[in-house]
Every structure is written in C-alpha cells, then in structure tokens.
Design a protein around this ligand. Structure first.
Ligand code: SAM
Length: 472
C-alpha cells in the first residue's frame, strides 16, 4: 500500500503522536498484512484434536504469536480457512494483534461474561475457549446479519455455554444490571488498524468520523458500566491508533466513574510487532459500587428484585408444557443415540428449535429477562421439532466427541470423500450402518448424516455447504 493514499490529516495525527517513530510506522503500510489463526481449545485438546493441531502446524507452516499461546501466524499461499479443519471448528481465523484483547480480559471457567460487540466472533470464541464450557457467555451483536454470522461461528466452534443476542447496548443494560463478572467491549471504531486489509476503511476515515466513533464508544461504555458487577473486569479494545478513541476515551471514562480503576493499557504497533495493531485497556470496578458514577443504577436492589419476580410471572409457565414435551422426546432419543451426552441445561423452546441454556444462566438471570430481546441462539441448539419426531441439531453435532455418539463415521482430511461431504453430497457407507451418524474429519465432528441402505444422507445445513467461507 502506498503512503500517499493515506489521508493527510491521518498522517499528521500519526506524526504528532509518534514523533521520530512515525516514519517506521508509515513504512509498515508497505509490508504485507499479517494473517493468523487461533486454535480452539474446545476442540484442540482432545486426542484427535491434538493430532490435527500438529498436522495443521506442519501443513500451514504455522509460527507462534508471542502474546497468545493458541495463536499462530500463517503466510500465503496457505489457506487454512478452506481446510476441513476450519469447518470442524479446530481454529478461528483471526488477525494476530486482535488476539491480545481476550488474553488480557482473563476469562475463567464458571464466570458470567458479556461480549458486547461480538460479531463475527473472534473475541467470543477466544473467551469461550478460556471458559472451557463452564459458566455463561452472552455474545451480543447489534446488527442482525452480523449476529447470524456470530451464531454460525459459535456453532462451528462447538461452544455450548453461549447465548447469542442481538440488541443495542442500551437494551441489554436495562435487562442485565450489574450481572457480569467480565465484559469485553471490542468497540466499533475508525479502524485505522484495518487500512492494510481493507481499503474501504481508508475511504471512510476522516477527523469527523473519529469524533463520531469516540462519541459512540462513550455511549456504549456507559451501558457496559451498568452491566458490570462490582469487582468485575472490563476490557475495552479497538483496532484503531488515534488517542481520541483509545487513551482519551478511557481517561474520560475513569474520570466520570470514580469506582472504575484503570489496571493497564496495551498497544500493539504494526512497526514494532508482527500484527496489524490493537489497543486494549483493562479496567476494574470497585468491589462495592460507590454509586458515584454518572450512569450508575442507584435503584435499591429491592426494586430490581421486584422486576425479576414480575418478569418471571410473565414468561416461565407460558410454554412450560410444550418445553417439557419437546425435552422428553429429545431425552428419549439421546438416551438411545448419545449415551455419552450429559445434556445438562435449562430447556427452552423458540418456535420449533429446542435449546439448552447453560445452567449458570439461573445463577443471576431468568428467562423473563429475554422477553422482547432478539436471541438468535439461546444456548446450545440441541434439536429441531418435526411432526411426531425430533431431528438432532447441527450445533449439537459440533459440540460432540465421536465417543459420545452410538454411531460415527470418520473421513480423512486429505481425501476426496470429505470434499464431497462438505459440498452436501451423500456418501456410500457399509450397509450395516443405520440411523443418525456423527460425521467426523480426522476424529473432529463436522455434522450429522443419516445412514440407510448403504447411503449416508447429508444433513449439513445448506448455508454451510460448498466450503462457504466464514467471515473473519
Ligand atoms: N469483537 C468482534 C470480533 O472479535 O470478532 C469484532 C467487533 S467489531 C470491532 C465492532 C462491532 O460493533 C461490529 O460488529 C459492529 O456491528 C458493532 N456495532 C456497531 N455499532 C454499534 C453500537 N452502536 N453498539 C454496539 N455495537 C455496535
């Protein structure tokens, strides 16, 4: 990329901010952009996953990203996004600098965590791996189309404890006051770190746009504050370089909220590290909220409990009978077909889709709080109700290991059969194989097939066929 194409106001900004280092920074635009992938601990830690990781490291000539133990660089012509291991959720394609944010958030198993601006899912899938399936992750994305992609990535990576919502930060803040142990806010920004990857980001950039982004970040931060539990941790990140959207926004935030303490800030610069660049600030809310913050919810807890009781009365029992019926059908099916699947969680029926919400949901939330909120994925989608029967959901397959299912059928990653399968074709199988079968690639699940009379009928969702590239 040629430096001349950068807006003059931008280069002036950078020169003022970096002084002598500005030349090195601007020259970094001439280098090729860095590409990376992050292995998914939910899949890579099994025996098959381990073998597949070794295979991927050697096949794609991967080299480690210093600040993320599961992160690796790859170089062209490697195309890991086109490999069956990608469909199997073994890794997520992610720009290496962006891997720093979830590392610094420090998510732990069993916590209740919010990813407030989550699509397409880089940070969410990273946080979910750290949580190891325990606790609750609420992954929110304001734009419905992007929320769908987020939900697809959550499914592909076999995440069982995430609730994907599609709301504004304000809508969420009203529902979830002081709920979360940790919040990731990877804010929409002016994207100066995207210039090498996406020339549109250069065209959209202007000093006015930077101001607009800073104002929006300020609004979202105030909602994040309302949702953070006393003692909770907030990670604020952007992929932009200017101080206005980074340090100055964070400084304004800690000035306005006396109970918020800035723990650290981290900058990754493209001329100093191998990556496109990122800013991360980690903040902590005092253990017992002082209530001095401009946007603090000072209503007595008694009132909030009152809302909780009212909400519960409105929702719970309304669909209880149909949920029980659907769950019973699934439980009977799973007892015969998935002896290794524990199936713990709170059953929820959205239309014909049966979900299991993580049990941790009930620790601080209740289903009435979801009333009126768009929820593209209410936990693990386990089954689809059909007339007089159920069909196991694709998401369920992606969360299973082959030894949890009665039947599985493995396809080697290097063979032609897996390519045919991913295009949506049925495969010839031994005639003895009959019924729902977990299809795997080198031992990693990629979906369901239904075997009958020597044919394995393909149940890969239509939208995922033909190796459709996931947005990354
Ligand atoms: N965290 C994501 C990841 O790692 O894959 C990337 C998030 S991206 C930097 C910022 C997201 O904020 C976008 O998906 C965008 O749709 C969303 N967004 C835009 N305006 C917003 C707003 N007013 N409130 C909340 N999110 C917003």
């Amino acid at each position: 990329m040629n430096e001349e194409r950068l807006p003059a106001a931008y280069t002036a900004n950078v020169t003022e901010m970096l002084g002598d280092a500005a030349d090195a920074f601007l020259e970094s635009y001439e280098a090729r952009r860095t590409q990376g992938l992050r292995f998914n601990g939910l899949k890579s830690n099994s025996a098959s996953g381990n073998t597949a990781v070794k295979q991927a490291v050697s096949q794609f000539s991967l080299t480690p990203v210093p600040w993320c133990p599961a992160g690796y660089y790859y170089e062209e012509p490697a195309r890991p996004g086109r490999h069956p291991y990608h469909t199997a959720g073994l890794y997520y394609i992610q720009e290496p600098s962006a891997m720093s944010a979830a590392e610094l958030l420090g998510a732990l198993p069993g916590e209740i965590i919010l990813d407030l601006a989550a699509a397409p899912g880089g940070k969410t899938t990273h946080i979910a791996a750290a949580m190891q399936g325990q606790g609750l992750l609420v992954s929110n994305e304001i734009h419905p189309e992007r929320a769908k992609i987020l939900a697809e990535n959550v499914e592909r990576l076999g995440i069982t404890n995430a609730l994907v919502t599609c709301g504004t930060p304000g809508e969420l803040a009203k529902r979830f006051p002081e709920v979360f142990d940790r919040i990731m806010l990877d804010a929409p920004c002016s994207g100066e770190g995207m210039f090498r990857k996406d020339p549109d980001a250069i065209r959209e950039w202007s000093p006015k746009h930077v101001e607009m982004c800073a104002a929006r970040q300020w609004d979202i931060l105030q909602d994040a504050y309302l949702m953070l539990k006393p003692g909770g941790t907030l990670a604020y990140s952007t992929c932009t370089f200017n101080r206005r959207e980074n340090e100055e926004t964070v400084e304004r935030f800690v000035r306005a909220y006396a109970d918020m303490e800035l723990i650290l800030t981290k900058r990754l610069w493209p001329h100093l590290e191998k990556g496109e660049g990122h800013f991360v600030a980690v903040l902590r809310k005092a253990d017992s909220a002082s209530g001095t913050g401009a946007g603090a919810d000072n209503r007595p807890a008694r009132n909030r409990r009152g809302e909780r009781e009212r909400d519960r009365g409105k929702s719970g029992p309304r669909t209880a009978a149909s949920v029980r019926g659907a769950l019973q059908q699934f439980t009977e099916w799973a007892a015969a077909e998935l002896p290794g699947f524990a199936g713990r969680g709170i059953p929820l029926l959205f239309g014909e889709s049966l979900y299991l919400l993580p049990e941790a949901f009930n620790d601080r939330l209740h289903t009435g709080m979801l009333d009126g909120l768009k929820v593209p994925r209410a936990g693990l989608h386990i089954a689809q109700l059909k007339k007089n029967r159920i069909e196991p959901a694709h998401a369920l397959a992606m969360a299973l290991q082959p030894d949890q299912a009665v039947r599985s059928y493995d396809l080697p990653a290097g063979g032609l059969e897996i390519q045919a399968w991913l295009r949506g074709e049925s495969l010839p199988v031994p005639p003895g194989l009959h019924g729902w079968t977990l299809v795997t690639v080198d031992g990693l699940s990629v979906g369901w097939g239904k075997a009958s009379s020597g044919q394995l009928k393909n149940h890969l969702p239509k939208g995922l066929r033909m190796m459709k590239a996931h947005i990354d």
